[in-house]
Design a protein around this ligand. Sequence first.
Ligand code: CMP
Length: 136
Amino acid sequence: MSNIEQTLSIVKPDAVERNLQDQIKNEFKINGFKILKEKKIHISKDEAEKFYKVHESKPFYNDLCAYLSSGPIVVMCLQKDNAVSENRKLMGATNPKDAEEGTLRKKYGISIDKNSVHGSDSVENAKIELDFFFKD
Ligand code: CMP
Protein backbone atom coordinates (compact mmCIF):
# COMPACT_ATOMS: atom_id res chain seq x y z
CA MET A 1 0.00 0.00 0.00
CA SER A 2 1.29 3.43 -0.82
CA ASN A 3 1.93 6.01 1.88
CA ILE A 4 2.58 9.26 0.05
CA GLU A 5 4.05 11.91 2.36
CA GLN A 6 5.52 15.36 2.02
CA THR A 7 8.55 16.59 3.91
CA LEU A 8 10.64 19.73 4.17
CA SER A 9 14.20 19.80 2.92
CA ILE A 10 16.59 22.70 3.37
CA VAL A 11 19.83 23.08 1.44
CA LYS A 12 21.83 24.94 4.10
CA PRO A 13 24.12 27.96 3.60
CA ASP A 14 27.32 25.91 3.33
CA ALA A 15 25.94 23.98 0.35
CA VAL A 16 24.34 26.99 -1.38
CA GLU A 17 27.62 28.85 -0.93
CA ARG A 18 29.37 26.04 -2.84
CA ASN A 19 26.60 26.12 -5.46
CA LEU A 20 25.55 22.53 -4.71
CA GLN A 21 21.79 23.07 -4.83
CA ASP A 22 21.26 21.68 -8.35
CA GLN A 23 23.38 18.61 -7.58
CA ILE A 24 21.42 18.01 -4.36
CA LYS A 25 18.08 18.56 -6.12
CA ASN A 26 19.18 15.98 -8.69
CA GLU A 27 19.95 13.49 -5.90
CA PHE A 28 16.37 13.88 -4.68
CA LYS A 29 15.00 13.35 -8.19
CA ILE A 30 17.05 10.24 -8.95
CA ASN A 31 15.96 8.83 -5.59
CA GLY A 32 12.30 9.17 -6.56
CA PHE A 33 11.33 12.40 -4.80
CA LYS A 34 9.12 14.94 -6.53
CA ILE A 35 10.00 18.54 -5.76
CA LEU A 36 6.55 20.08 -5.40
CA LYS A 37 7.69 23.53 -4.26
CA GLU A 38 11.00 25.29 -3.84
CA LYS A 39 12.37 28.73 -3.16
CA LYS A 40 15.72 30.33 -2.44
CA ILE A 41 15.52 32.68 0.54
CA HIS A 42 17.71 34.38 3.13
CA ILE A 43 16.04 34.28 6.54
CA SER A 44 16.69 36.53 9.54
CA LYS A 45 18.10 35.25 12.85
CA ASP A 46 14.63 35.78 14.40
CA GLU A 47 13.05 33.53 11.80
CA ALA A 48 15.76 30.89 12.29
CA GLU A 49 15.07 30.98 16.04
CA LYS A 50 11.38 30.33 15.37
CA PHE A 51 12.16 27.52 12.94
CA TYR A 52 14.55 25.75 15.33
CA LYS A 53 12.49 26.47 18.49
CA VAL A 54 12.50 22.74 19.40
CA HIS A 55 16.26 23.08 19.98
CA GLU A 56 15.90 26.19 22.18
CA SER A 57 17.34 24.52 25.27
CA LYS A 58 20.35 23.03 23.47
CA PRO A 59 23.82 24.53 23.93
CA PHE A 60 24.24 24.84 20.15
CA TYR A 61 20.95 26.75 19.60
CA ASN A 62 22.43 30.23 19.21
CA ASP A 63 25.17 29.13 16.79
CA LEU A 64 22.68 27.02 14.86
CA CYS A 65 20.31 29.97 14.33
CA ALA A 66 23.16 32.35 13.49
CA TYR A 67 24.37 29.81 10.95
CA LEU A 68 21.01 29.15 9.23
CA SER A 69 20.55 32.90 8.80
CA SER A 70 24.13 33.51 7.62
CA GLY A 71 23.40 33.14 3.90
CA PRO A 72 20.87 32.02 1.30
CA ILE A 73 19.17 28.63 1.67
CA VAL A 74 16.95 26.61 -0.65
CA VAL A 75 13.77 25.23 0.94
CA MET A 76 11.79 22.48 -0.78
CA CYS A 77 8.63 20.48 -0.35
CA LEU A 78 9.50 16.89 -1.29
CA GLN A 79 6.97 14.17 -1.99
CA LYS A 80 7.45 10.41 -2.11
CA ASP A 81 6.18 7.22 -0.51
CA ASN A 82 7.35 7.49 3.13
CA ALA A 83 9.08 10.78 2.25
CA VAL A 84 10.02 11.67 5.84
CA SER A 85 12.01 8.51 6.59
CA GLU A 86 13.26 8.16 3.00
CA ASN A 87 14.70 11.68 3.12
CA ARG A 88 16.37 11.00 6.47
CA LYS A 89 17.91 7.85 5.01
CA LEU A 90 19.20 9.76 1.99
CA MET A 91 20.62 12.56 4.19
CA GLY A 92 22.49 10.21 6.55
CA ALA A 93 23.60 10.86 10.13
CA THR A 94 23.52 14.44 11.49
CA ASN A 95 27.30 14.45 11.82
CA PRO A 96 28.90 13.91 8.38
CA LYS A 97 31.71 11.98 10.15
CA ASP A 98 29.15 9.32 11.11
CA ALA A 99 27.16 9.35 7.86
CA GLU A 100 27.21 6.29 5.62
CA GLU A 101 28.80 6.27 2.15
CA GLY A 102 26.47 7.56 -0.52
CA THR A 103 24.42 9.78 1.80
CA LEU A 104 24.13 13.51 1.18
CA ARG A 105 25.84 14.51 4.41
CA LYS A 106 28.71 12.11 3.74
CA LYS A 107 29.13 13.48 0.21
CA TYR A 108 28.64 17.17 0.88
CA GLY A 109 28.70 17.86 4.64
CA ILE A 110 31.65 19.64 6.22
CA SER A 111 30.88 19.42 9.96
CA ILE A 112 27.97 18.81 12.34
CA ASP A 113 26.93 22.47 11.88
CA LYS A 114 27.69 22.72 8.18
CA ASN A 115 25.97 19.44 7.36
CA SER A 116 24.52 20.74 4.06
CA VAL A 117 20.91 19.59 4.45
CA HIS A 118 18.05 19.61 6.93
CA GLY A 119 15.05 17.28 6.76
CA SER A 120 11.92 17.02 8.91
CA ASP A 121 12.25 14.29 11.55
CA SER A 122 8.59 13.19 11.71
CA VAL A 123 5.36 13.44 9.73
CA GLU A 124 4.00 15.81 12.38
CA ASN A 125 7.03 18.12 12.21
CA ALA A 126 7.02 17.98 8.40
CA LYS A 127 3.56 19.60 8.40
CA ILE A 128 4.70 22.29 10.84
CA GLU A 129 7.94 22.96 8.94
CA LEU A 130 6.24 23.04 5.51
CA ASP A 131 3.68 25.51 6.86
CA PHE A 132 6.52 27.63 8.24
CA PHE A 133 8.03 28.19 4.79
CA PHE A 134 5.18 27.66 2.36
CA LYS A 135 1.99 28.90 4.02
CA ASP A 136 1.00 31.95 2.00
P1 CMP B 1 19.46 19.68 11.53
O1 CMP B 1 18.94 18.39 10.97
O2 CMP B 1 19.27 20.90 10.71
O3 CMP B 1 18.79 19.94 12.97
C1 CMP B 1 19.42 20.70 13.96
C2 CMP B 1 20.86 20.98 13.64
O4 CMP B 1 21.66 21.34 14.73
C3 CMP B 1 21.53 19.77 13.07
O5 CMP B 1 21.02 19.51 11.78
C4 CMP B 1 23.00 20.14 13.16
O6 CMP B 1 23.46 20.83 12.00
C5 CMP B 1 23.03 21.14 14.33
N1 CMP B 1 23.82 20.69 15.47
C6 CMP B 1 24.89 21.32 15.98
N2 CMP B 1 25.39 20.67 17.04
C7 CMP B 1 24.63 19.56 17.20
C8 CMP B 1 24.64 18.47 18.12
N3 CMP B 1 25.55 18.37 19.09
N4 CMP B 1 23.69 17.51 18.00
C9 CMP B 1 22.74 17.60 17.02
N5 CMP B 1 22.67 18.61 16.12
C10 CMP B 1 23.61 19.58 16.20
